[in-house]
Structures are given as structure tokens and as C-alpha cells.
Design a protein. Structure first.
Length: 318
């Protein structure tokens, strides 16, 4: 019992020292300021108070209503971001809505994505998904990979699009690269620099939209949708995201169902060989999980805590 109490106290001390807070459940509401990194896992999640650390979040329906002072990493079925984010956002989901400014970069992927006029991205933009609507402004380079995209905002620097269909009625101040099966230019479309493009079929008349430079058809820009890089850099991010989330969910299941796991372990211990196998799995498997956690973006705090717990358990057992 003393050893269990020691391990519990050790967990609390490590968590406090690292400055993280973990919340999970069916419905989660954060309505008071949070001054450490915040990890949220649930079906319905609402954050309507300022958070002064990073947020790592996975859930079904997620709302961010207040300021986030560090990075936001989120995966969900429907994600709405109404608060100001003073660092980067990395987000994947089914439906995504951004309605406020970002001080850093935006890396975002999903089925349906809407960036509204009230959203200004101070950093770079990488978007990928099925249906994208961009109404805001991006101050650094914009890279968009999509099935269908409607771009009605402004790209202050370079603009790149690869996808099925682009409806363009916005402004690009830098250079543009466009590779699309279909391209439609609206009456308000403005290109203030050189344009290189490829479309399937007849060439596009840029005369009305082009203010400076030239618009050149470039056959080398034809994309092959069977190649992996069609989805862009977001694919790598998504891979690391799901690895990290999988590790976190395993840890949460261990915390929530610890008693049931203990009962199962008691049954295994009735057999010497099974017990030996379980022990080897623990000794070998935990370090592997810690290494996987440490190489992901979001798993470093959890990896550190699990690794330190592993060492304490080994010392106690010895």
C-alpha cells in the first residue's frame, strides 16, 4: 500500500512539475482560466476561458470560445475556433470553422473547412480537404490541396493550389502556382504578380484579373492524384497526430479501467508462462511506447511521465 501511495504522489508531483492538466469524459466544460498545458478528451468539449499553455484536444464536437496563448493541436468531428490563438494551430476533423485571428501558422485538414472573413493568419497556411472555403487573409505563403476550393480572401505572399476545382475571387500579392482540373475566375479576382498554371482543357484568360507580371500555362504542373504528395505536408502531421492520440488513449484507458485490468492480470498470473510473457511484455513494451510518444509532437509530456513511472516501478519491484 505504501508503494502505491508513493507512486500516486510521484505522479502528482511530476504532473505539477511539468505543468499539464488532463480532462476527459463525455461532456467537458472549461470555464475558468487555465495556466498550464491542457489535454482534453471527450465527446462534447467547450473551452470558454483563456488558456495560457498549449491545448491538445480530441473529441466529437469541440468549441474554442476564448484566447489560447500557445499552440492548439486538435482532432474532432466538428471543430469551431472562435477565440484568438497566439501561436500555431494544427487541426484535423470532419467539419472545421475558423472565425478569429492566429498569430502563427495554420495547418489544417478535413472534409469541409471554412475560414471566415474575421480570420487573419499571421503565419503560413497549409490546407487540405474535400471542400474548402477561404474568406480571410494569410500573411505568409498559402498552400492549398483540395477537391474543391472557393478562395475569396487574400494571400499577402505566394499562393499555391493543387486540386480538382478552384473558384478564385480573391487577391494574391505574391507569385501564384495553380494546378487544377477546372479554374473559374470571379469579377473580383486580382493577381498582383506572376502566375504559372495548368488546367485541363482550354487555357484560361487572366487579362482582367492580372495586374502585374504574366500568366503562363505550364504543362509540367499537371498533377497526378495517385501520388502521395497530392495531400501535401498535412499527411505527415496526421500520421504523427494519430500515433500520439493512440498512445494518450491507451494511457487514459489504463487510468479509467485500472481495476478491470488488474483483475485480468490476476487471471494471467495463475499461469507461470503467461505471467512470464506478461512481465516481458511490460519490460519491453513500455519503453517502446515511451519512445513512440517522445517522437510525436503531442506525446512528449505523456512519454516523460510514463517513462519516469516505469523507472519508479522497476526500482520498487527490485
Amino acid at each position: 500500500m505504501k508503494r502505491i501511495i508513493f507512486l500516486a504522489i510521484f505522479n502528482i508531483l511530476i504532473t505539477c512539475a511539468y505543468g499539464i492538466r488532463i480532462e476527459y469524459g463525455d461532456n467537458i466544460l472549461i470555464d475558468k482560466p487555465v495556466y498550464e498545458d491542457l489535454y482534453l478528451f471527450g465527446n462534447n468539449i467547450t473551452v470558454k476561458a483563456p488558456v495560457y499553455g498549449d491545448i491538445v484536444c480530441a473529441g466529437g464536437t469541440i468549441f474554442f470560445m476564448d484566447t489560447i496563448n500557445q499552440d492548439l493541436l486538435v482532432a474532432g468531428g466538428k471543430v469551431t475556433i472562435n477565440g484568438y490563438v497566439s501561436d500555431d494551430i494544427r487541426c484535423v476533423g470532419g467539419e472545421l470553422y475558423l472565425n478569429n485571428a492566429i498569430k502563427g501558422d495554420l495547418i489544417i485538414g478535413g472534409g469541409n473547412i471554412t475560414i471566415n472573413r474575421s480570420a487573419t493568419i499571421a503565419g503560413a497556411l497549409i490546407m487540405t480537404g474535400g471542400n474548402l472555403v477561404f474568406e480571410g487573409q494569410v500573411n505568409e505563403n498559402a498552400r492549398i490541396y483540395a477537391g474543391q476550393c472557393s478562395f475569396n480572401g487574400r494571400a499577402v505572399r505566394d499562393f499555391e493550389f493543387k486540386g480538382q476545382s478552384l473558384k478564385f475571387n480573391g487577391i494574391v500579392d505574391g507569385k501564384s502556382i495553380i494546378s487544377a482540373q477546372t479554374l473559374a475566375l470571379g469579377d473580383q479576382a486580382v493577381f498582383n504578380n506572376q502566375v504559372r498554371y495548368w488546367v485541363s482543357g482550354a487555357k484560361v484568360n487572366f487579362d482582367k484579373a492580372l495586374k502585374n507580371g504574366s500568366a503562363d500555362f505550364d504543362a509540367s504542373l499537371k498533377w497526378n492524384e495517385d501520388k502521395w504528395y497530392f495531400l501535401g505536408g498535412i499527411s505527415i502531421f496526421t500520421l504523427f497526430w494519430y500515433i500520439g492520440v493512440a498512445i494518450l488513449l491507451i494511457l487514459i484507458l489504463q487510468y479509467v479501467f485500472g481495476r478491470q485490468i488488474s483483475i485480468a492480470a490476476h487471471g494471467i498470473n495463475n499461469s507461470v508462462w503467461k505471467s512470464l510473457g506478461a512481465g516481458l511484455l511490460f519490460i519491453i513494451g513500455i519503453p517502446v511506447l515511451v519512445i513512440l510518444a517522445m517522437v510525436t509532437i503531442i506525446g512528449v509530456p505523456i512519454g516523460l511521465i510514463v517513462g519516469l513511472n516505469y523507472l519508479v516501478i522497476i526500482l520498487i519491484a527490485s
